[in-house]
Design a protein around this ligand. Structure first.
Ligand SMILES: O=P(O)(O)OC[C@H]1O[C@H](OP(=O)(O)OP(=O)(O)O)[C@H](O)[C@@H]1O
Ligand code: HPA
Ligand SMILES: [Mg+2]
Length: 175
């Protein structure tokens, strides 16, 4: 199956406005305490870089890399840890930043993994949420946009590693 980009689902300006709102909400909830922001690679690298530049407080950033989709549009169900944290998150306020939550399997795996380091708290922020596709229960603290059950790309999010460079969120079509 091959896919190409189709329609704009969420525009660049809509994303920019929402990212700013999320940053304000997060900063006010964390009450100016120090935060370790963990960006989940690769997909969240664009969102995380825009989000931190809207935040003014005491923020450290670290990266963790997992993969479960390969070149498919459905999760393989197996989440592979490709790169672990560098930071020590014990007793820290942790904000996990994701591009999209679909089946929920990636974040379910990551939450359990991060909990073993005994952080003070773990909050989850995702730009996009596709609740209709959830396979596991997952509490999500910050959601940019709830989207329908459609495969999307852009703003860091890929199909077979392509289209991460689109500045907006787009649907795809088979051809
Ligand atoms: O809720 P789920 O069904 O687990 O799907 C969400 C995850 O899938 C994608 O990552 P992917 O594994 O494709 O790797 P990538 O971030 O490197 O693109 C996306 O970036 C999320 O991390
Ligand atoms: O809709 C999606 N697009 C790209 N990657 C994804 N990973 C989970 N859901 C998606
Ligand atoms: Mg990802």
């Amino acid at each position: 199956m091959a896919y190409r980009i189709k329609d704009v689902m969420i525009s660049e300006t809509a994303i920019k406005d929402r990212v700013k709102e999320l940053a304000e909400q997060i900063e006010s909830d964390f009450n100016n305490e120090a935060i370790v922001l963990i960006a989940v690679l690769k997909g969240s690298f664009v969102f995380a870089s825009d989000l931190i530049r809207e935040m003014k407080g005491d923020i450290k950033i670290d990266f963790i890399s997992v993969s479960s989709y390969g070149d498919e549009t459905e999760s393989t169900g197996k989440v592979r840890l490709l790169k672990d944290l560098d930071a020590n998150i014990t007793n820290q306020n942790v904000l996990v930043v994701e591009d999209i939550i679909d089946s929920g399997l990636t974040l379910h795996f990551l939450r359990d993994h991060l909990k073993t380091h005994k952080p003070k708290q773990i909050k989850i922020c995702t730009l996009l949420d596709k609740p209709e596709r959830r396979k596991v229960e997952l509490p999500v603290d910050y959601v940019g946009f709830v989207i329908p059950d459609e495969f999307i790309v852009g703003y860091g999010i890929d199909y077979a590693q392509k289209y991460r460079n689109l500045p907006h969120i787009s649907t795809v079509e088979e051809y």
